[in-house]
Design a protein around this ligand. Sequence first.
Ligand SMILES: [Ca+2]
Ligand SMILES: [Ca+2]
Ligand SMILES: [Ca+2]
Length: 483
Amino acid sequence: MKLSFIIFTLLQLIQMNAYGAIRYVTPAGAGAQNATSWANAAPGGNLQSVINGAIAGDEIWVAAGTYYTTAGTNRNISFSLRNNITIYGSFAGTETTLSQRNLLSGLTSILSGEIGVAGNSDNSYHTISNANLNNTAIIDGFIIRDANDERTATITDGLGGGIYNNGSNPGNICSPTIRNCLIMNNHATFGGGIFNSGYNGGTASPVILNCVITNNTANGGAGIDNFGLLNGNASPTITNCVICNNHASGRAGGMYCWGGNSGNTNPTVINTSFVKNTAVDGGGVVCDRLNSGGGSSGNSNPNFRNCIFWGNTASGTGPQFFILGGATFTATYTDINLTGQTSPHIISGAGTGNINTDPMFTDINLGEGPDGIWMTYDDGLGIAINSLNINAGDPAITTPVSDLSGYTRTGIFDIGAYECRRYVFIGPGDQWTTDAHWDVGFVPPSMYIGTIIIDADCAKQALTLDIQSQLIINSGKVLTVTE
Ligand SMILES: [Ca+2]
Ligand SMILES: [Ca+2]
Ligand SMILES: [Ca+2]
């Protein structure tokens, strides 16, 4: 009995080890700097070595602050993920459980390629460079920015500023999970934000969930470039994302999908908003199955459900999307502006549930919202209470239950990355009788019944009034909030 008990205990210990340890990193490090606790956190300069030293099942917890690819000037140095390791960012540095991490106030951990002299001319080619990964390699809770791979494009160079997922060549796979990340201010010749290379028989089909991809630039595929050319596969799954204000000097401001030479790029895209991306052709998306040597083959058939295409522009052809070589663009339950979309740049299939009407963003020109922080309650690409996107999504889509800003979706999902917030937000100086203060930016109805949230700057700080049927303010009455 005793021996079996010991064996059982040993098995338990082995099993506990299999569940993994947590390794802690802060910008300056602390104590013994051995990553065993916040009090003994490893310094930021050791972040990649902590990742490299982790064993399967480990988690890396990273506190708020900026982490650079290198303290030197070698542009080839990048961060990289590993299978069975989850790297969590945006901790305050005191948490003892993952659930204590607060993402509702925005992301606070930055992975930056800003090295050398100020400005991007000498920055890291990639902030993150990945190879040989499956979706157990997870990054969650980071701002990923400032890379610049301006080199002339080859099959290895000039690809992927923020994140380069290199799954090229036969048998290779690079399909990590990228979750709760803001990928911004990156540049590459192709794929400024993210480049997924399944070139030549490889696979690069990452899971991209709850991410904002914005202000990236490239010649082609400024936000995301999916490269399945030559028998490869580059078909990411993209859910609850915003892809906005990315700018291509050639084609595809938002996302390029190239599946020629018998390659495949068939992304599945759900509840994602493509807004104000620009290009010569295909402001939002390009679907391309042209071979590199002439003719066409393979598949480029992205599928969009519960998505928004609004405010994307092309100086040439196809403001929302552009089709080459017999590729297809399939969209259902999607709000898409079809003005200027001429054959062959048209939606394939029945287009069930599609609408073509202003989404009523709270502020299309300020995606991050008045607080200047992405993925929070006031984001400008949230939708107003009079938007026709409300409850207009595909009834078959019921997960994930939270939207991009962590707000719980209700009923049938709303179209786009954000569920309409059914409450009124009041800041200093706001009055009930003016329209502008309504967080949803609409003309108040004659009577409002619902939740009122008062801004923390107001005298009654952070007071939340849940007034369901308890307080009714009739039109014409004035409630003034003063600092
Ligand atoms: Ca620099
Ligand atoms: Ca915000
Ligand atoms: Ca809904």
